[in-house]
Design a protein around this ligand. Structure first.
Ligand code: UDP
Length: 376
Protein backbone atom coordinates (compact mmCIF):
# COMPACT_ATOMS: atom_id res chain seq x y z
CA UNK A 1 0.00 0.00 0.00
CA UNK A 2 1.30 3.48 -0.93
CA UNK A 3 1.89 6.10 1.74
CA UNK A 4 1.48 9.77 0.95
CA UNK A 5 2.19 12.92 2.91
CA UNK A 6 0.29 16.12 2.20
CA UNK A 7 1.47 19.31 3.83
CA UNK A 8 -1.41 21.75 4.25
CA UNK A 9 -5.12 21.18 4.87
CA UNK A 10 -6.45 24.03 2.71
CA UNK A 11 -8.33 23.44 -0.53
CA UNK A 12 -5.33 22.00 -2.43
CA UNK A 13 -4.37 19.56 0.31
CA UNK A 14 -7.89 18.52 1.28
CA UNK A 15 -9.16 17.97 -2.27
CA UNK A 16 -6.03 16.02 -3.17
CA UNK A 17 -6.18 13.90 0.00
CA UNK A 18 -9.80 13.01 -0.72
CA UNK A 19 -9.09 12.09 -4.34
CA UNK A 20 -6.05 9.97 -3.47
CA UNK A 21 -7.89 8.18 -0.67
CA UNK A 22 -10.88 7.47 -2.89
CA UNK A 23 -8.98 6.34 -5.94
CA UNK A 24 -5.81 4.62 -4.78
CA UNK A 25 -4.99 1.87 -2.34
CA UNK A 26 -3.10 4.15 0.03
CA UNK A 27 -2.87 5.98 3.33
CA UNK A 28 -2.63 9.74 3.41
CA UNK A 29 -1.19 11.81 6.25
CA UNK A 30 -2.20 15.44 6.16
CA UNK A 31 -0.22 17.91 8.26
CA UNK A 32 -1.19 21.46 9.02
CA UNK A 33 0.65 23.88 11.25
CA UNK A 34 -2.54 25.64 12.30
CA UNK A 35 -4.95 24.36 14.92
CA UNK A 36 -7.70 23.91 12.33
CA UNK A 37 -8.27 22.56 8.84
CA UNK A 38 -9.43 24.68 5.89
CA UNK A 39 -6.51 27.12 5.62
CA UNK A 40 -7.66 30.66 4.87
CA UNK A 41 -11.12 29.40 3.90
CA UNK A 42 -11.85 28.43 7.48
CA UNK A 43 -15.22 29.63 8.80
CA UNK A 44 -16.65 29.47 12.30
CA UNK A 45 -19.56 30.92 14.22
CA UNK A 46 -18.71 34.05 16.12
CA UNK A 47 -19.24 33.23 19.78
CA UNK A 48 -20.77 36.55 20.71
CA UNK A 49 -23.18 37.08 17.80
CA UNK A 50 -23.69 33.59 16.34
CA UNK A 51 -22.84 34.93 12.87
CA UNK A 52 -20.90 32.63 10.54
CA UNK A 53 -17.58 34.39 10.13
CA UNK A 54 -14.97 33.96 7.38
CA UNK A 55 -12.09 34.07 9.81
CA UNK A 56 -9.48 35.07 7.22
CA UNK A 57 -11.66 37.53 5.30
CA UNK A 58 -14.55 37.25 2.83
CA UNK A 59 -14.63 34.18 0.62
CA UNK A 60 -17.35 34.19 -2.01
CA UNK A 61 -17.19 31.05 -4.08
CA UNK A 62 -17.51 31.91 -7.76
CA UNK A 63 -16.61 30.08 -10.93
CA UNK A 64 -17.52 29.67 -14.58
CA UNK A 65 -16.93 25.94 -14.39
CA UNK A 66 -20.08 23.99 -13.71
CA UNK A 67 -18.07 20.86 -12.89
CA UNK A 68 -16.30 22.71 -10.04
CA UNK A 69 -19.55 24.22 -8.78
CA UNK A 70 -21.11 20.73 -8.80
CA UNK A 71 -18.07 19.22 -7.13
CA UNK A 72 -18.22 21.65 -4.18
CA UNK A 73 -21.98 21.14 -3.93
CA UNK A 74 -21.41 17.42 -3.45
CA UNK A 75 -19.95 18.29 -0.04
CA UNK A 76 -21.71 21.47 1.03
CA UNK A 77 -24.69 23.45 -0.16
CA UNK A 78 -23.65 26.66 -1.89
CA UNK A 79 -26.55 29.09 -1.64
CA UNK A 80 -26.59 31.39 -4.69
CA UNK A 81 -25.30 34.78 -3.62
CA UNK A 82 -24.41 37.90 -5.60
CA UNK A 83 -21.56 39.95 -4.22
CA UNK A 84 -22.41 43.66 -4.44
CA UNK A 85 -19.63 45.84 -3.15
CA UNK A 86 -19.86 49.56 -2.37
CA UNK A 87 -17.01 52.06 -2.34
CA UNK A 88 -16.73 55.04 -0.05
CA UNK A 89 -14.79 57.88 -1.62
CA UNK A 90 -14.59 61.52 -0.44
CA UNK A 91 -17.69 61.15 1.70
CA UNK A 92 -19.91 59.53 -0.94
CA UNK A 93 -21.00 55.97 -1.48
CA UNK A 94 -20.51 54.56 -4.98
CA UNK A 95 -21.33 51.31 -6.69
CA UNK A 96 -18.61 48.80 -7.62
CA UNK A 97 -17.31 47.40 -9.87
CA UNK A 98 -17.28 50.57 -11.96
CA UNK A 99 -20.59 50.54 -13.80
CA UNK A 100 -23.02 53.03 -15.31
CA UNK A 101 -24.25 54.05 -11.87
CA UNK A 102 -20.69 54.78 -10.71
CA UNK A 103 -19.87 56.75 -13.85
CA UNK A 104 -23.08 58.81 -13.75
CA UNK A 105 -22.78 59.53 -10.05
CA UNK A 106 -19.09 60.35 -10.18
CA UNK A 107 -19.37 62.74 -13.13
CA UNK A 108 -22.87 64.04 -12.23
CA UNK A 109 -24.33 62.79 -15.51
CA UNK A 110 -27.28 60.76 -16.78
CA UNK A 111 -25.42 58.98 -19.57
CA UNK A 112 -26.98 56.14 -21.53
CA UNK A 113 -24.74 53.06 -21.93
CA UNK A 114 -23.51 54.26 -25.34
CA UNK A 115 -22.90 57.82 -24.15
CA UNK A 116 -20.97 56.52 -21.13
CA UNK A 117 -18.82 54.30 -23.33
CA UNK A 118 -17.99 57.17 -25.69
CA UNK A 119 -17.26 59.40 -22.72
CA UNK A 120 -14.90 56.90 -21.07
CA UNK A 121 -13.11 56.38 -24.40
CA UNK A 122 -12.71 60.17 -24.64
CA UNK A 123 -11.15 60.46 -21.15
CA UNK A 124 -9.09 57.25 -21.24
CA UNK A 125 -5.41 57.43 -22.10
CA UNK A 126 -5.45 56.09 -25.62
CA UNK A 127 -1.73 56.64 -26.08
CA UNK A 128 -1.04 53.48 -24.06
CA UNK A 129 -1.06 50.57 -26.48
CA UNK A 130 0.19 47.68 -24.46
CA UNK A 131 -0.24 48.38 -20.70
CA UNK A 132 2.85 47.27 -18.79
CA UNK A 133 1.53 47.68 -15.27
CA UNK A 134 -1.56 48.21 -13.13
CA UNK A 135 -1.55 51.99 -13.53
CA UNK A 136 -1.16 51.93 -17.31
CA UNK A 137 -3.91 49.36 -17.57
CA UNK A 138 -6.23 51.56 -15.49
CA UNK A 139 -5.38 54.76 -17.38
CA UNK A 140 -6.11 53.03 -20.67
CA UNK A 141 -9.25 51.39 -19.37
CA UNK A 142 -11.03 54.14 -17.41
CA UNK A 143 -8.88 57.28 -17.45
CA UNK A 144 -7.17 59.24 -14.73
CA UNK A 145 -10.13 60.48 -12.62
CA UNK A 146 -11.82 57.14 -12.00
CA UNK A 147 -8.44 55.50 -11.54
CA UNK A 148 -7.34 58.01 -8.92
CA UNK A 149 -10.65 57.81 -7.09
CA UNK A 150 -11.30 54.08 -6.93
CA UNK A 151 -8.00 52.33 -7.59
CA UNK A 152 -4.95 54.38 -6.75
CA UNK A 153 -5.43 54.81 -2.99
CA UNK A 154 -7.02 51.42 -2.42
CA UNK A 155 -4.32 49.60 -4.36
CA UNK A 156 -1.53 51.45 -2.58
CA UNK A 157 -3.04 50.46 0.75
CA UNK A 158 -3.65 46.87 -0.26
CA UNK A 159 -0.31 46.22 -1.94
CA UNK A 160 1.96 48.69 -0.15
CA UNK A 161 3.60 49.92 -3.33
CA UNK A 162 2.94 52.17 -6.30
CA UNK A 163 0.48 50.67 -8.80
CA UNK A 164 3.15 51.19 -11.49
CA UNK A 165 5.09 48.34 -9.83
CA UNK A 166 2.17 45.91 -10.02
CA UNK A 167 1.21 43.70 -12.96
CA UNK A 168 -1.66 44.83 -15.20
CA UNK A 169 -3.31 41.44 -14.64
CA UNK A 170 -4.43 42.45 -11.13
CA UNK A 171 -6.72 45.13 -12.52
CA UNK A 172 -8.07 42.82 -15.19
CA UNK A 173 -9.76 40.82 -12.43
CA UNK A 174 -12.42 43.53 -12.22
CA UNK A 175 -14.95 44.29 -14.96
CA UNK A 176 -16.03 47.82 -16.05
CA UNK A 177 -19.65 47.89 -17.17
CA UNK A 178 -21.75 50.31 -19.15
CA UNK A 179 -25.00 49.16 -17.60
CA UNK A 180 -26.35 49.06 -14.04
CA UNK A 181 -25.17 45.53 -13.30
CA UNK A 182 -23.33 45.80 -9.97
CA UNK A 183 -22.47 42.13 -9.59
CA UNK A 184 -18.83 42.23 -8.42
CA UNK A 185 -18.00 39.07 -10.35
CA UNK A 186 -18.70 38.12 -13.92
CA UNK A 187 -18.64 34.40 -13.23
CA UNK A 188 -21.68 32.22 -13.96
CA UNK A 189 -21.94 30.53 -10.55
CA UNK A 190 -21.61 32.32 -7.21
CA UNK A 191 -22.52 31.20 -3.75
CA UNK A 192 -21.93 31.14 -0.03
CA UNK A 193 -21.99 27.84 1.86
CA UNK A 194 -25.15 27.48 3.91
CA UNK A 195 -23.17 26.10 6.86
CA UNK A 196 -19.74 27.56 6.23
CA UNK A 197 -16.67 26.20 4.41
CA UNK A 198 -15.21 24.27 7.33
CA UNK A 199 -17.82 21.54 6.86
CA UNK A 200 -16.49 20.88 3.37
CA UNK A 201 -12.99 20.32 4.71
CA UNK A 202 -14.33 18.00 7.41
CA UNK A 203 -16.12 15.96 4.77
CA UNK A 204 -13.14 15.89 2.42
CA UNK A 205 -10.80 14.72 5.15
CA UNK A 206 -13.13 12.39 7.01
CA UNK A 207 -11.97 9.17 5.36
CA UNK A 208 -10.61 5.97 6.91
CA UNK A 209 -7.41 6.25 4.85
CA UNK A 210 -6.71 9.87 5.86
CA UNK A 211 -5.05 10.96 9.09
CA UNK A 212 -4.97 14.67 9.88
CA UNK A 213 -2.38 16.09 12.25
CA UNK A 214 -2.93 19.67 13.33
CA UNK A 215 -0.45 22.01 15.03
CA UNK A 216 2.16 20.10 13.05
CA UNK A 217 4.74 22.30 11.40
CA UNK A 218 6.52 20.65 8.51
CA UNK A 219 10.18 21.18 7.85
CA UNK A 220 11.77 19.90 4.67
CA UNK A 221 14.70 18.52 6.65
CA UNK A 222 12.24 16.11 8.31
CA UNK A 223 12.63 12.43 7.46
CA UNK A 224 10.01 11.60 4.85
CA UNK A 225 11.62 8.39 3.64
CA UNK A 226 8.58 6.41 4.82
CA UNK A 227 6.42 8.15 2.21
CA UNK A 228 6.15 7.32 -1.48
CA UNK A 229 5.37 10.92 -2.36
CA UNK A 230 5.10 14.29 -0.61
CA UNK A 231 2.68 16.99 -1.73
CA UNK A 232 3.59 20.38 -0.38
CA UNK A 233 1.01 23.20 -0.40
CA UNK A 234 2.79 25.64 1.93
CA UNK A 235 4.94 28.60 0.85
CA UNK A 236 7.51 27.57 -1.75
CA UNK A 237 10.31 29.66 -0.22
CA UNK A 238 9.63 28.17 3.21
CA UNK A 239 10.15 24.65 1.84
CA UNK A 240 13.65 25.66 0.77
CA UNK A 241 14.30 27.48 4.03
CA UNK A 242 14.33 30.85 2.22
CA UNK A 243 17.74 30.08 0.70
CA UNK A 244 17.15 32.44 -2.26
CA UNK A 245 15.42 35.04 -0.10
CA UNK A 246 11.79 35.57 0.85
CA UNK A 247 9.01 35.83 -1.72
CA UNK A 248 6.97 38.92 -0.83
CA UNK A 249 3.38 38.57 0.28
CA UNK A 250 0.88 41.02 1.62
CA UNK A 251 -0.99 39.96 4.68
CA UNK A 252 -4.16 41.37 6.19
CA UNK A 253 -5.30 41.81 9.76
CA UNK A 254 -8.64 42.78 11.20
CA UNK A 255 -10.07 45.05 13.85
CA UNK A 256 -13.26 43.45 15.14
CA UNK A 257 -16.39 45.36 16.14
CA UNK A 258 -19.81 44.30 17.38
CA UNK A 259 -23.03 46.27 17.03
CA UNK A 260 -26.78 45.81 17.35
CA UNK A 261 -28.79 45.10 14.20
CA UNK A 262 -27.09 46.25 11.02
CA UNK A 263 -23.75 48.09 11.07
CA UNK A 264 -23.21 49.11 7.45
CA UNK A 265 -26.08 47.60 5.44
CA UNK A 266 -23.85 45.57 3.12
CA UNK A 267 -21.38 42.69 3.31
CA UNK A 268 -18.40 44.64 1.94
CA UNK A 269 -17.66 48.35 1.72
CA UNK A 270 -14.32 49.42 0.25
CA UNK A 271 -12.62 52.60 1.44
CA UNK A 272 -10.96 54.15 -1.56
CA UNK A 273 -9.29 57.16 0.07
CA UNK A 274 -5.63 56.69 0.84
CA UNK A 275 -5.88 58.49 4.19
CA UNK A 276 -8.37 55.98 5.62
CA UNK A 277 -5.98 53.39 7.05
CA UNK A 278 -8.10 50.30 6.34
CA UNK A 279 -9.00 49.00 2.89
CA UNK A 280 -12.49 47.67 3.55
CA UNK A 281 -15.03 46.72 6.17
CA UNK A 282 -16.81 43.37 6.06
CA UNK A 283 -19.97 42.60 7.96
CA UNK A 284 -20.47 38.88 7.77
CA UNK A 285 -24.17 38.51 8.60
CA UNK A 286 -24.89 39.92 5.11
CA UNK A 287 -23.24 36.86 3.57
CA UNK A 288 -25.99 34.70 5.07
CA UNK A 289 -29.21 36.68 4.53
CA UNK A 290 -31.22 33.51 5.28
CA UNK A 291 -30.10 33.64 8.94
CA UNK A 292 -31.49 35.90 11.66
CA UNK A 293 -29.16 37.54 14.18
CA UNK A 294 -29.94 40.42 16.51
CA UNK A 295 -26.31 41.41 16.81
CA UNK A 296 -23.75 41.93 14.09
CA UNK A 297 -20.00 41.54 13.86
CA UNK A 298 -17.82 43.49 11.42
CA UNK A 299 -14.13 43.69 10.62
CA UNK A 300 -12.02 46.60 9.46
CA UNK A 301 -9.37 45.11 7.19
CA UNK A 302 -5.82 46.44 7.15
CA UNK A 303 -3.04 45.36 4.87
CA UNK A 304 0.69 45.08 5.55
CA UNK A 305 3.86 43.35 4.45
CA UNK A 306 4.08 39.77 5.65
CA UNK A 307 6.46 39.33 8.57
CA UNK A 308 7.90 36.01 9.72
CA UNK A 309 4.96 35.21 11.99
CA UNK A 310 2.22 36.45 9.64
CA UNK A 311 -0.03 34.44 7.38
CA UNK A 312 0.81 35.07 3.72
CA UNK A 313 -2.21 36.19 1.66
CA UNK A 314 -1.48 37.98 -1.59
CA UNK A 315 1.67 37.11 -3.59
CA UNK A 316 3.18 40.42 -4.71
CA UNK A 317 5.10 39.04 -7.66
CA UNK A 318 7.25 42.11 -8.15
CA UNK A 319 10.25 41.85 -10.49
CA UNK A 320 12.54 40.83 -7.63
CA UNK A 321 10.11 38.09 -6.51
CA UNK A 322 9.85 36.70 -10.01
CA UNK A 323 13.63 36.31 -10.18
CA UNK A 324 13.64 34.41 -6.88
CA UNK A 325 10.66 32.37 -7.98
CA UNK A 326 12.57 31.09 -11.00
CA UNK A 327 15.36 29.84 -8.74
CA UNK A 328 12.92 28.12 -6.39
CA UNK A 329 11.00 26.59 -9.27
CA UNK A 330 14.15 25.11 -10.72
CA UNK A 331 14.90 23.42 -7.41
CA UNK A 332 11.32 22.27 -7.00
CA UNK A 333 11.28 20.66 -10.44
CA UNK A 334 14.40 18.68 -9.58
CA UNK A 335 12.64 16.98 -6.67
CA UNK A 336 10.92 14.00 -8.21
CA UNK A 337 9.13 12.69 -5.14
CA UNK A 338 7.82 16.07 -4.00
CA UNK A 339 5.04 17.99 -5.76
CA UNK A 340 4.17 21.61 -5.14
CA UNK A 341 0.63 22.79 -5.58
CA UNK A 342 -1.77 25.54 -4.63
CA UNK A 343 -1.57 29.29 -4.12
CA UNK A 344 1.40 29.33 -1.73
CA UNK A 345 3.52 26.59 -3.28
CA UNK A 346 3.19 28.03 -6.78
CA UNK A 347 3.21 31.67 -5.62
CA UNK A 348 0.22 32.72 -7.68
CA UNK A 349 -2.84 34.93 -7.05
CA UNK A 350 -5.44 32.16 -7.13
CA UNK A 351 -9.11 32.17 -6.19
CA UNK A 352 -10.77 29.22 -4.51
CA UNK A 353 -12.20 27.84 -7.72
CA UNK A 354 -8.77 27.89 -9.39
CA UNK A 355 -7.30 26.01 -6.45
CA UNK A 356 -10.05 23.38 -6.41
CA UNK A 357 -9.87 22.97 -10.20
CA UNK A 358 -6.10 22.54 -10.22
CA UNK A 359 -6.12 20.12 -7.30
CA UNK A 360 -8.74 17.98 -9.04
CA UNK A 361 -6.89 18.04 -12.35
CA UNK A 362 -3.61 17.26 -10.63
CA UNK A 363 -5.13 14.41 -8.61
CA UNK A 364 -6.61 12.87 -11.73
CA UNK A 365 -3.24 12.93 -13.45
CA UNK A 366 -1.46 11.52 -10.43
CA UNK A 367 -3.98 8.73 -9.92
CA UNK A 368 -3.73 7.83 -13.57
CA UNK A 369 0.05 7.70 -13.46
CA UNK A 370 -0.02 5.57 -10.32
CA UNK A 371 -2.46 3.09 -11.79
CA UNK A 372 -0.53 2.96 -15.06
CA UNK A 373 2.87 3.02 -13.38
CA UNK A 374 4.12 6.20 -15.09
CA UNK A 375 5.47 9.38 -13.53
CA UNK A 376 3.16 12.44 -13.85
N1 UDP B 1 -9.04 47.33 -6.26
C1 UDP B 1 -9.07 48.68 -6.06
N2 UDP B 1 -10.19 49.24 -5.49
C2 UDP B 1 -11.24 48.49 -5.10
C3 UDP B 1 -11.20 47.10 -5.30
C4 UDP B 1 -10.07 46.55 -5.89
O1 UDP B 1 -8.14 49.40 -6.36
O2 UDP B 1 -12.21 49.08 -4.58
C5 UDP B 1 -7.83 46.75 -6.90
C6 UDP B 1 -6.85 46.17 -5.88
O3 UDP B 1 -5.54 46.44 -6.32
C7 UDP B 1 -7.12 44.69 -5.96
C8 UDP B 1 -7.52 44.49 -7.42
O4 UDP B 1 -8.20 45.70 -7.76
O5 UDP B 1 -5.99 43.92 -5.64
C9 UDP B 1 -8.38 43.29 -7.66
O6 UDP B 1 -9.54 43.37 -6.82
P1 UDP B 1 -10.22 42.08 -6.21
O7 UDP B 1 -11.45 42.50 -5.53
O8 UDP B 1 -10.28 41.05 -7.27
O9 UDP B 1 -9.14 41.65 -5.12
P2 UDP B 1 -9.25 40.52 -4.00
O10 UDP B 1 -9.30 41.28 -2.72
O11 UDP B 1 -10.45 39.68 -4.27
O12 UDP B 1 -8.00 39.73 -4.16
Amino acid sequence: MKKFLIVGAGFSGAVLANELANNLHCTVDVLDEREHIGGNCYTERDKETGVMVHTYGPHIFNTDRKDIWDYVNRFIELVPYTNRVKALYNGQVYSLPINLHTINQFFGKTFSPKEAKDFIVSIADNSIEDPQNFEEQAMKFIGKDLYKAFFYGYTKKQWGCEPTELPAAILKRLPVRFNYNDNYYHTAYQGIPRDGYTLMFEKLLNHPSITVKLNAKFDASQDVSGYDHVFFTGPLDQYFNYKHGRLAYRTVYFERGVDEGDYQGNAVINYSNEDVPYTRVHEHKHFTPWEQHDKTVYFKEYSKETGEEDIPYYPKRLADDKAKLLQYRKEAEALKSVSFLGRLATYRYMDMHHVVGEALDYAKQFVQSETQGTTP
